[in-house]
Design a protein around this ligand. Structure first.
Ligand code: CA
Length: 236
């Protein structure tokens, strides 16, 4: 079986652990790149766009939570925290800041690889990596990425640029709950707690516009206190 060309970023300052993970990734036929500190990790995320990120919280130059924040400014691809038991409080904070999963050192290599594969599959599924089409379809909703035209049951919906960006982000992650922070970071580029109420206003308008033209079809679902998700619907 040939693997999809996933690229995994290993952020770890301990050379022995890094080598252990890199060897396991190689055996699993997954490409890896690595970073020894937070600054280089953030720059690699920017320039290399890795599919999955493995992050050691105890780095020499930056606080692990800050690394999670910096990465989340750039990508919503999965972050798996690989941390020592002494970092348990930080691990919880890291998950709150948008990390997706965690393993504790010393970890079982097979388990770590299983988590990496699961994360990579999610990326493939939600990013439409295998789908080169420029049209997104879900139920009666259709987004033409090239022309930025959105239709519901063939009827054109007029969206503001911000509404369009939110819709596109949700569409590219259909089925997955995106937290308020993820959406805000992606759409506005920075996180400010005051942004959450303004995101709610945008979401209300966006949903109203989509639902006006549908048969009461709920494209966007709310997870109270968490965020939003595009519901996967049957195409028709
Ligand atoms: Ca470390």
């Amino acid at each position: 079986m040939t693997q999809k060309p996933y690229k995994i970023l290993v952020i770890e300052d301990d050379k022995a652990i890094r080598t252990l993970i890199e060897t396991a990734l190689e055996e699993a036929q997954l490409a890896s790149i690595s970073a020894y500190n937070g600054a280089s990790a953030v720059s690699q995320v920017r320039t290399q766009n890795p599919d999955v990120i493995l992050l050691d919280l105890g780095l020499p130059d930056m606080d692990g939570i800050q690394v999670v924040d910096e990465i989340r400014r750039v990508t919503i691809n999965p972050i798996i925290i690989v941390s020592a038991r002494s970092d348990d409080a930080d691990k919880i904070a890291a998950l709150d800041h948008g990390a997706d999963d965690h393993v504790t050192k010393p970890f079982n290599v097979d388990e770590l690889m299983a988590r990496v594969r699961a994360a990579a599959r999610r990326v493939e599924f939600y990013s439409g990596k295998t789908d080169t089409s420029t049209v997104f379809e879900n139920g009666g909703l259709c987004i033409h990425y090239d022309s930025m035209e959105v239709t519901v049951k063939g009827e054109v919906i007029h969206l503001t640029p911000i509404e369009y960006r939110i819709l596109k982000l949700l569409a590219q992650n259909t089925g997955r709950v995106l937290t308020h922070s993820m959406i805000i970071r992606d759409v506005w580029g920075s996180l400010d707690q005051k942004s959450v109420p303004s995101l709610r206003v945008f979401m209300t308008t966006l949903r109203k516009k989509l639902e006006q033209s549908s048969d009461g079809e709920q494209y966007i679902q709310t997870r109270i206190g968490v965020g939003y998700r595009m519901a996967p619907l049957e195409n028709r």
